[in-house]
Design a protein around this ligand. Structure first.
Ligand code: FAD
Ligand code: NDP
Ligand SMILES: CC(C)=CCC[C@@H](C)[C@H]1CC[C@H]2C3=C(CC[C@]12C)[C@@]1(C)CC[C@H](O)C[C@@H]1CC3
Length: 512
C-alpha cells in the first residue's frame, strides 16, 4: 500500500514511531550500555598507563600489522587492503561497503597513548586513541592538544587520514597542521617515518600526502603531535550577532585577534547568531561566574548559547577546560533530539548522567527502514570555504536546506602541498560550515541538493569533509582536491595495487 507522498504506508508509520518512540530503546538499552562501555575502557586505559605496558605492546602490534601486510603482498593481490575497524564504529552516517571485500589489517588494536615528551612538547599516540582519551590523559598534566575536535570518540587516525577541525583552528589550522610525524606501514610491509621539516624529500612528500588520504597510502601506526601548556578554564565571551553579513564580519574580526585561543559561531536563524571567543584562564576573578557546562544536569550547550542570543546581550563566563573541549558531545551537536525531552530539567537531573549514547551504538542500531527514513531528509555536511565567502555561503545553505543551527568554525589554511591545497601562496582564513539536521523543504532531494552545494563549494575553492555523503563524479572530485602529490606517492609507494583510490573509498556507491 502506498501514500500520496510516494512512500509505503509502513515507512510513514515507522517514521512516526521513530520520531516519537526511538527514545525508548535509546534510554533503556543504549544509554546504560554506553555508560558501562565507557567505564570499562576508562578503567582499562588507566591500568595501561599505570603499568606503562603500551610502548612494549606497540612494537608487537606493529610487527603483527607488518606481517599481515607482507602476507597480503605474497598473495594474489586480488583484494585490496583497509583498516579492520568495523564500519559501524566510525564517525560517519555511512557503512563503508569496501570493508566487506577487502583484506582487513588489524590497526584496530592500536588504542594506546605511547609517550609524552614534555621537553619537546609532543605526544606520541596510536591511531585509535580518541579525543576523549587524550583530554582525560593530558589535561590533568597541564597540557592539551592545540586542536581537540569536540566529539569524545573521534580518533587520531580519523583526524589525520580524514580531517579534523575545531575552534582553535583560527590559530593552529586543521588537525594535520599540529602533527609532527607519522609512522606508516606501507604496501610492502616496511615501517617508514614521515616527518615534518626533514631534508629528505620523500619523507616530506609522505608527510604532506597522508592527511585526507583515507588510508590509501599506507597504515598509520603512530603519530607524534604537538602539545601546548593549558590552563584549567576557558574565559568565554558570547557575542550575539544578527544576519549573515553581521556573522561574517564578526567572525572575521575575532579570528584576527591574536589573543583569542578559540573562535566559533553558531547561526540560529537568518536573523540571529552568536560568535564565541575563548581564552585560557586560571579561573574567574572574585564573583566571576563558573559554568561547568559538561555536568550532567546542565542544559545542552547550544541551547545555552541560543538563550544568550535571544537575550541579545554579551555574556562572559568561565568554563572548565574539558567541559569546553567536549561542549558539543553531550547533545551530539543538535542531533540528540532522538530523545525529545533530553534537555528537560527533570530528565537531566535524573537520567542525564548516562548521556550521551555512544554514536557508534546509535549507528549500529540504525538499519533497514529506519536508515532509509534518515537518508530521505537528514543532512550531514561540513563544507570548508574561504571566510570571505561566508555571507554568500550561508545564503546558499539557507536556500538549499534551511536547516538551523549552522555550526561555523574558522580555521587557518596554510599554503602547503597536499590533498587540500589552496593556491594563494599565503595563509588564508577558511570556515567550516556544518549543517546537521532534518531538512523540511519540500523540494529537498539528497542527491540534487548535495550536488548543488558541492558545485557552489567548488566554485569558491572550498572542500567538502569526506565523512559526509559526496555525490561528485571523479572529475568533479579531483577539481575540488589536488591529486598531484597524492598520485606521485601512490606510484612511488606501490599503493595502487594495495589500496583503493580515495574517491573509490568515499564515493556514494562505496558507502551504504
Ligand atoms: C615535499 C615533496 C617532495 C616531492 N618529491 C618528489 C620527487 O622526489 N620526485 C617526484 O617525481 N615527485 C616528487 N614530488 C611530487 C611532485 O610534486 C608531484 O608529483 C607533481 O610533480 C607536482 O606537480 P604540480 O605541478 O601539480 O605541483 P606543484 O603544485 O607545482 O607542486 C606541489 C608542491 O610540491 C613542491 N615540490 C614539487 N616537487 C618537489 C620536490 N621534488 N621536492 C620538494 N618539494 C617539491 C612544490 O614546491 C609545491 O609546493 C614531491 C612533492 C612534494 C610536496
Ligand atoms: N570536529 C571534527 O573535525 C569532526 C570530524 N569528523 C569526521 O569524522 C571522520 C571519521 O572519524 P573516525 O571515526 O575517527 O575515523 P574513521 O575510522 O572513519 O577513519 C577515517 C578514514 O581514515 C582512515 N584511517 C583511520 N585510521 C587509519 C590508520 N590507522 N591508518 C590508515 N588509515 C586510517 C580510514 O580508513 P578505512 O576506510 O580503511 O577504515 C578512513 O578512510 C573524520 O575523518 C572527520 O572527517 C566527524 C565529526 C567531527
Ligand atoms: C564538527 C564536524 C566537522 C562534524 C560533526 C559531524 C557529526 C555531527 C556527525 C558525524 C557522524 C554523525 C552521526 C549521527 C549524528 C551526527 C554525527 C555525529 C547519528 C548519531 C544520528 C542518529 C543516527 O541514528 C546514527 C548517526 C550516526 C552518525
Amino acid at each position: 500500500m502506498g501514500s500520496s507522498t510516494g512512500h509505503p504506508l509502513s515507512e510513514i508509520i515507522l517514521e512516526f514511531l521513530l520520531h516519537h518512540l526511538r527514545w525508548i530503546p535509546v534510554c533503556f538499552i543504549l544509554l546504560p550500555l554506553s555508560f558501562i562501555y565507557d567505564l570499562i575502557t576508562r578503567a582499562r586505559n588507566r591500568l595501561v598507563h599505570y603499568v606503562n605496558s603500551a610502548p612494549r605492546a606497540h612494537d608487537r602490534k606493529v610487527a603483527k600489522i607488518q606481517g599481515e601486510v607482507r602476507e597480503w603482498a605474497r598473495g594474489d593481490k586480488k583484494k585490496k587492503m583497509c583498516n579492520a575497524r568495523s564500519g559501524w564504529s566510525t564517525m560517519s552516517f555511512r557503512y563503508p561497503l569496501y570493508k566487506n571485500t577487502s583484506t582487513l589489517i588489524s590497526t584496530n588494536s592500536l588504542i594506546d597513548i605511547l609517550e609524552v615528551d614534555e621537553e619537546n612538547r609532543t605526544i606520541r599516540v596510536e591511531p585509535m586513541v580518541s579525543m576523549g582519551d587524550i583530554t582525560n590523559y593530558l589535561l590533568p598534566r597541564g597540557y592539551s592538544l592545540p586542536i581537540v575536535p569536540e566529539l569524545d570518540d573521534l580518533t587520531v587516525g580519523g583526524m589525520i587520514n580524514g580531517c579534523g577541525v575545531e575552534s582553535s583552528g583560527r590559530k593552529y589550522g586543521l588537525f594535520q597542521h599540529i602533527c609532527v610525524s607519522y609512522e606508516i606501514v606501507t604496501a610492502d610491509g616496511s615501517l617508514v617515518v614521515a616527518k615534518k621539516g626533514t631534508e629528505d624529500a620523500e619523507s616530506q612528500g609522505l608527510f604532506y600526502g597522508i592527511p585526507w588520504s583515507h588510508g590509501t597510502l599506507g597504515f598509520l601506526v603512530a603519530a607524534t603531535i604537538r602539545i601546548i601548556p593549558c590552563k584549567p578554564f576557558v574565559k568565554m565571551t558570547y557575542m550575539p550577532v544578527g544576519d549573515f553579513k553581521d556573522m561574517t564580519a564578526k567572525l572575521q574580526s575575532e579570528s584576527t585577534v591574536s589573543e583569542n585561543e578559540f573562535v566559533e559561531g553558531i547561526q540560529f536563524s537568518q536573523e540571529m547568531g552568536v560568535v564565541m571567543k575563548g581564552r585560557f584562564s586560571d579561573g574567574p576573578p572574585k564573583n566571576g561566574e563558573i559554568n561547568a557546562i559538561g555536568k550532567w544536569h546542565k542544559p545542552w550547550f547550544y541551547t545555552h548559547v541560543e538563550g544568550i542570543g535571544k537575550k541579545n546581550e554579551e555574556v562572559t563566563e568561565y568554563i572548565p577546560l574539558r567541559d569546553y573541549y567536549h561542549r558539543h558531545s553531550k547533545s551530539i551537536f543538535w542531533e540528540l533530539e532522538i530523545i525529545p525531552f533530553g534537555n528537560n530539567v527533570l530528565f537531566r537531573w535524573v537520567y542525564g548522567w548516562l548521556c550521551p549514547p555512544k554514536i557508534s551504538f546509535l549507528k549500529y542500531t540504525t538499519f533497514g527502514a529506519v536508515r532509509r527514513i534518515y537518508e530521505r531528509r537528514h543532512v550531514l555536511q561540513d563544507m570548508l570555504i574561504p571566510l570571505t565567502d561566508l555571507e554568500k555561503g550561508l545564503q546558499v545553505f539557507h536556500d538549499k536546506t534551511n536547516i538551523y543551527p549552522v555550526w561555523l568554525c574558522p580555521f587557518n589554511l596554510p599554503t602547503c602541498p597536499g590533498f587540500v591545497k589552496q593556491k594563494s601562496g599565503r595563509n588564508v582564513l577558511y570556515v567550516d560550515v556544518g549543517v546537521y539536521g532534518v531538512c523540511k523543504k519540500d523540494d529537498y532531494d539528497p542527491k540534487k541538493t548535495t550536488r548543488e552545494l558541492e558545485e557552489y563549494v567548488r566554485s569558491v575553492e572550498g572542500v567538502q569533509m569526506l565523512y559526509a555523503d559526496t555525490y561528485m563524479t571523479r572529475e568533479e572530485f579531483y577539481q575540488m582536491f589536488d591529486s598531484s602529490l597524492y598520485e606521485w606517492l601512490r606510484v612511488k609507494l606501490n599503493a595502487k595495487d594495495a589500496f583503493p583510490d580515495v574517491y573509490d573509498k568515499v564515493k556514494k556507491e562505496a558507502r551504504f
